[in-house]
Structure formats: structure tokens, C-alpha cells
Design a protein around this ligand. Sequence first.
Ligand code: ATP
Ligand code: MG
Length: 457
Amino acid sequence: MCYNVRMKITIPKFVGECVSLLEAGGHPTYVVGGCLRDSLLGKTPQDWDICTAALPEQMQAALIGIRTVPTGLSHGTLTILGGKMSVEATTFRRDGLYLDHRRPDSVDFSASIEDDLARRDFTVNAMAYNPKEGLIDPFGGQRDLAAGLLRCVGDPLLRFGEDALRVLRLVRFVAQLGFVPHPQTLAGAKERAGLLRAISAERVQAELDKLVMGEHALAALRIAAESGVLAEILPEFTHCIGFDQRSPYHNLTVDEHSFVALVSAPKELEVRLALLFHDIGKPATATIDEAGRGHYKGHAGVGAKIVRKVLKRLRYPTKVAKHIEKLVAFHSKQLPPRPDVIRRFLGEHGEVFTRDLLKVKAADNSAKAPICGDRSQLYKQLSGMIDDLLAAGDCLTLAGLAVNGADLAELAPTGPQTGKVLRELLKLVWRYPEKNTREYLLAQAIRLLEQKKTDKI
Ligand code: ATP
Ligand code: MG
């Protein structure tokens, strides 16, 4: 593929001011890294980084009238606060030895911009720019940007060995940029994938999130599966890779089906993660009948338990993890397009969960064999039904009933039967929403309480 690389770099006004002030203080200063890569690709950078010959104290002295926060002094990093944006400024550095496959043991500040660029991960991230000197590109970053190539700066085995996070960043950039890893870079990543175990759960989580949300997540997930990266960060997924489902409903292996389903879904993190994991319980529940067909009874429930473990290990917030786990547990539940069933489902699980489950089911269906039929119409119909039921204000929960526990207490002493009667009234109203009137429900309550009394005798 060929990418259109811009020659003109537009720096936000505030970043330009910081560069000018530091330069005026006598310190060579550049815009550097990902922000440059993104602006050369015509994308809006998420964050801006600058690097400079100034040490943090010198930066503070030069940035007259600008607020700064010493965020990482030992690494020479200062955060510069503008009105709406903040900029990370880091002193040029040369990294010392990496003993833990993640962080250098020492940092040498007597470096030049070229030294600083040499310690960066990929050529497309190893360019610097300032208005006076233009683009500084010692490793062919522009060439690789135009070719859509991710190539390590220097020897891939060495660079991935220094910091294994780079292996994961490689796959994440495939997802975000749609670039292809250079063959040697990919080979190095494969060889060093085992070191990913040294990476903290938080970093893995952050990279996995960016990966699944990427425009080119399918290519990235395939590379992650094939290179061993996925098995390192999600060992529980290993058995899904290449798993033949032996089912007429599936013409894809579990991993490929999960990836295709994931990218068919909207770019919503919880929905996409649920799709990545929705069939993770299949290998463990697989049985093969005499005809050679695979069956996966209970795979959703087993999968949900596996997902709970995975998300806990990766330190996802409890609320997010629970939502994903429940989506996995429910993904194969049938939802017939009947208003009473949908009112009940909405009442029991809430609108957010119900809508997300529909997204999961629709994406799952779209990645199945043609024999399953296109159910997209069904999911549209269900979604429209939810809109209508909510717009009509139909009663969905006990709180929406026209009577409450206190009303029932006036009819009979309160006891365990109160809750049971209210629940039966709710079931009635799920079927006949127009019957949610005080008069009708009180009459029904009297009838039900009588019935319960005789049931007891
Ligand atoms: P994004 O901000 O979109 O996540 P990025 O490439 O800007 O991507 P940052 O974490 O903001 O990533 O880092 C800024 C720059 O610092 C990178 O472009 C790269 O030059 C360098 N960098 C970041 N992490 C590493 C690393 N682990 N090894 C080497 N260089 C790195
Ligand atoms: Mg960045």
C-alpha cells in the first residue's frame, strides 16, 4: 500500500510557542514522535511531545509565564500546561542498559537529537521537526510512512529485547495505522514475544484496548495470533487459535470467527472485548458426535468464567469486567421479537446491557456460515422495538408499577407474599402494559392474595 505523506507540518500554536521559548533560551528543541507521524499522515495527533537539549530546570527557566509540572524528572520529563492542552517535554537522552525488558537502568542526558531518535521504537516514530531545521529523519521514517511499513530502529531482536512493550506496540500500530511490519521486525517480535510476561497488566490493558478499537484490528489480531503475541498476553485464548468448530454453522476457526465478529461491531470497547472473548469457552466444552459434528453445550457460561479471570488479571475496572462477562454469558440467548419478552429483558437487565447484547449478537451472527441466515433484520427489529417500548414509557420494573408494597400492606399484613404478588403483577404488566392502572392492579392483588391464602390452607 502507498500512503500519502504530507510535507507540511502544522503545529498547534501553544506547542509552537513552547518550542520558540526553549529555542530562544539557547536550547535546540523539536517536536518529536507519534504526533509528527500522525500529522504527516494527515491525522489529528492525540498528544504532542517535544524534546529538547534543556534539562528540566532549564526548561522551567526558559518557559517564562507558562505552568509546568515535574512529571518525571529522573527521565528528564516535564509536563507543560497550556489552556486546553498539555505537552510533554523531555530532555534528549541516550538510554543505558535495559535489565528488566522494560525500563533502562540509567539515562544519560549528554545526548543529541540523533541519540534521542535512535532510542525510539519504530522509524515512523523516530523523526523530529522544528521550523528552523525542518524534518530530521535519520532512519528513513518518511520512506516507511509512505510505504506503510513498521520497522524497528536498529536491530529488532535487540530493541524488542530491551523493552518487550514494543512488541505489543507493533501490533497496536498495525491496528491503528493499517501498516505492515517489516519482515525482520515481525520475525524479531515473534522471537521476543515471550518477554511480554514482564509487562505490567496495566500496559497490556492499554495496548489491547487500542488494538481492538483500531480501524485495522482484523489484520492486527491475525498477526497477534500468528506471532504468539496473543497467546502471551491472553494464554486462555490459546486453544481458540486454529480451533476447527466442525459445525455447519461455522466456516471459520474460533479465533478467526471471533476476530471477524469483533470488527463487524461498532467501535465500542466493551462490545468489542466481549466479541473477542465470546467463544473462549468452546475448546473446553467441545464434544464430537458420531457424525463428527462439534457441540459446545454450556460454552457461554464456561466462557464467562474464563473472561472473569482474564479481565481481573489485566486489571479492568470491576464494572467494565462485569459487563463484558455478562455479555459473554448471554451471547447465545435467544431474544424473540415479542414485546412482552423484551419488556421483561429490559426490566431485568436494563437498557444499556440489552442494547449491547444486541450488538454482540448481530456481530456474532454476521461472522457465521451462510446457513445461519442473515439475522440483521431481526436485530434491527429488536432495536426498533426497544426504542418504541421506551418511548411509550411502558412499565418495565417494580418501580414503574401503579401499585407498591405500601398499597398491598393495606390489603393484607406484609410478608413474603407481598413481594411475590408484586412480581406477578409485573409479569402481567409486561404482557399487557395498558393494564398498569392502580384500580386494575389492586383488584388483581386482592385476587392473588386470596389465592395465596387458600394455597397455604
Ligand atoms: P500514541 O500517542 O498514539 O499512543 P505514540 O507513538 O505517540 O502513540 P507515545 O506513548 O505517546 O506513543 O510515545 C511518544 C513517542 O515516544 C513514540 O512515538 C516513540 O517515539 C517513543 N516511544 C514511546 N514508547 C516507546 C518505547 N516503549 N520504546 C521506544 N520508544 C518509545
Ligand atoms: Mg503520543
